[in-house]
Design a protein around this ligand. Sequence first.
Ligand code: ADP
Ligand code: GLC
Length: 484
Amino acid sequence: MNILYASSEAHPLIKTGGLADVAGSLPVAIKKLGHDIRLLLPAYHEVLAKCSDLKEVAQLNLPTAQYPVKILQGKLPNSQVTLWLVDYPAAFNRPGNPYMTLQGEPWPDNPHRFTLLARAAVELSQNRAGLNWQADIVHCNDWQTALTPALLSLEPLRPATLFTIHNLAYQGIYKKETFDALALPTDLWHPQGVEFHKQLNMIKGGIAYADIITTVSPTYAREIQGSEYGNGLEGMLRHRSERLFGILNGVDYHEWNPEKDRYLVKRYSASRFEDKAENKRALQKESGLPIRDKTPLIGLIARLVDQKGIDLLLNALPHLIKQDVQLVILGSGEQHYEQQLLQWQQWHPEKISVTIGYDESLAHRIEGSSDMFLMPSRFEPCGLNQLYSLKYGTVPIVRRAGGLADTVIEASKQNIENRTATGIVFDHADTHAICWALDRAITLYHQPEGWQQLCKSGMAQVFDWKVCAEQYLALYKKAEGFRG
Ligand code: ADP
Ligand code: GLC
């Protein structure tokens, strides 16, 4: 099959969160199954700096663009996947993150920037760029590329479309004037289209028009059909539920593997699990914490936003801090969370280490050194860090939501006895529940035999991208059937 995979980020070129991990791995797995998949990304400043051997292969004249949009071709690093970059410097070649200014505000021209990306996907997929390549399937991800299925729906002959929701909390909502300024076809403007309470809602372009919709776990696929997690789109998702599927993400075990991890001071495996202790000591030293082998070390890496339940952690700290524990936190996001966490570090520097920022290598060291990993998310479409934690024998403590519910097996008495347990799972998003989970993890930690079993059962779990790729290919076929 010829597949165009459009995303606003992909590891190792540009990353703000899990979407990048997925977009950097799934196309590679699909390519390995023998399909011609091409990855489409914006030519951000950072991406251009990381790519060598790019060549200009096409120019597109797109509505609202002041000058031709160039398509640059290269390869996704360490893979055979063809990379196409949408090069329009006024939109993409600027410092800062793909979505936000250095001050943390969304770029005011985001709707224009990502409509360019969506339109470039339409032209490339329809063999209108002079590249002699026609897509059978266009696979789009999140609101930034969601207008592509909407625009393609207006074409007489078109590829089938699949739209993946990685996070329904971000929808790309703008004023009606923006819809007009973007010169989008008026046929799309109605409540079953991209109109949402008189505003433009970009993610609706994917949800309303794609032949197939997926999200990144079966539980989240159910959750978003209800009002608590549907963000106002639950009705439309229920209406299209026969087209909606949940496929769990995989893990790139070349990147996230304690046996090969280049960022660890000591590599280890399930059979050499005792070697992990050396990493723990190194991280304690690096983080300015006292070196203590028998004190449970809890890691947390996240965007510091409401979704991740940072408020639950803050509420649990007064209780947690009374115990013999250490916490290593890495993240960035909302300022009030950053400041409160830094404040806690100042109060208890011997127990809490906080790093504000984005640090790939520290993220690996936290995974490979902590005894447990905390993800108290209020909602979590899939979540990748709990999957990485399992592989590193770092017991996840998670809230039963979305992909966390689907991937971590609760350490109930029965699951411990039959050796299937892989982590601690709590239900309610409240202080009592998170404290219960943390206490339980600490109690289990002090029972070394049972704890080791828990770590090793986690390490034996496999979330293979090849299996996911096969599932997506089956859905691509189904999408072709739905297109008719
Ligand atoms: P989300 O996509 O909602 O942020 P995921 O769990 O799916 O959550 O993926 C987050 C990814 O981003 C993981 O690979 C995680 O290690 C990484 N990450 C998040 N914050 C940071 C940070 N501050 N530094 C380094 N990596 C981070
Ligand atoms: C989103 C979700 C996260 C998911 C990731 C990759 O950012 O918040 O749960 O793992 O996308 O699909």
